[in-house]
Write a protein that binds this ligand. Structure first.
Ligand code: F3S
Length: 287
């Protein structure tokens, strides 16, 4: 069948879409800031700058007549405290799935549990989660770190995960810790959005003659999508915008798939879809 298939899960996940919409809704207001870049997409951040929304990395950078939007990754309790001290208007766009982890970590650590976060210690989401713990907190992301982890055997251990961590790796690290004989509770806080996007991309790539993956060149989740698709479909193209795509290179493909990384805005995806569909209609007679 001749067709263009666009992944339903292409682009922003629910939490990122919600955060980006929140910022655009605040555009036009006086002294509006985001705490860190709202997403890892330079075009969006630049567009917001042009609309008067600037990025800050500390409450010290602003005055009390400001509005600060917290992005989907969330922030530590200290950051909320510093913003409250400044008496600024806080608009919280933290993803509800991340807020759930903050709550678990806060409650478990208040009850004396040691906290183990499975994730990347330099990721802003993990830094935020760490900032809700009232107890000893450890961050691990490799089997070696899991093996070397020494905890207090007299106290309970609560394990949570960064939302975008790989499920199989999470299971592997949990198994290593489980063998140490601690009293552990495991809260799998991985979000399905990333896995769903990857699964759908793989399924589409299996069916098509050419696959287009859209996303920033430094976006690790887009690169991962590209690798998954390339395995299934030799003619897979990694592009940032429609300008990177030589439509002629789609060659004789009769069935073309399109997906996009988590920080690719809808307008960029739509522009690619429109152009590919037009090319197919005009040149190749595909619908
Ligand atoms: Fe997105 Fe929230 Fe999941 S930001 S990846 S929906 S945890």
């Amino acid at each position: 069948m001749k067709e263009v298939i666009v992944a339903k899960s292409a682009g922003f996940c629910f939490g990122v879409q919600r955060a980006v919409d929140t910022v655009y809704n605040q555009c036009g207001g006086k002294n509006v800031f985001t705490y860190g870049p709202i997403i890892h997409n330079e075009e969006v951040v630049k567009d917001l700058e042009n609309k008067g929304v600037h990025v800050i990395n500390s409450a010290d950078e602003i005055n009390d007549d400001s509005t600060v939007i917290i992005r989907s990754h969330g922030v530590s309790k200290d950051v909320y405290d510093s913003l409250h001290e400044k008496n600024v208007n806080i608009v919280d766009a933290t993803c509800p799935f991340v807020l759930k982890i903050h709550k678990i970590v806060k409650e478990e650590s208040a009850n004396g549990s040691q906290i183990v976060i499975i994730g990347n210690e330099n990721h802003p989401e993990v830094e935020g989660i760490m900032g809700w713990s009232l107890s000893d907190t450890y961050v691990i992301d490799t089997s070696e770190k899991a093996q070397n982890l020494v905890l207090d055997s007299q106290r309970r251990v609560c394990i949570v995960s960064q939302t975008t961590f790989n499920y199989n790796k999470f299971q592997e690290l949990v198994e290593i810790i489980s063998k140490k004989g601690y009293n552990i509770i495991i809260r799998n806080t991985i979000c399905n959005a990333t896995e769903e996007r990857q699964t759908e991309a793989r399924e589409i790539a299996k069916r098509v003659d050419a696959m287009i993956v859209i996303g920033g060149s430094s976006s690790s989740n887009t690169r991962k999508l590209y690798e998954i698709c390339k395995k299934e479909c030799y003619d897979t193209f990694y592009i940032q915008t429609i300008n990177d795509l030589d439509l002629e290179s789609l060659g004789r493909a009769e069935c073309i798939g399109i997906t996009a990384g988590a920080s690719t805005p809808n307008n960029i995806i739509e522009e690619v879809c429109t152009n590919v569909r037009k090319f197919c209609r005009d040149v190749r007679g595909i619908n």
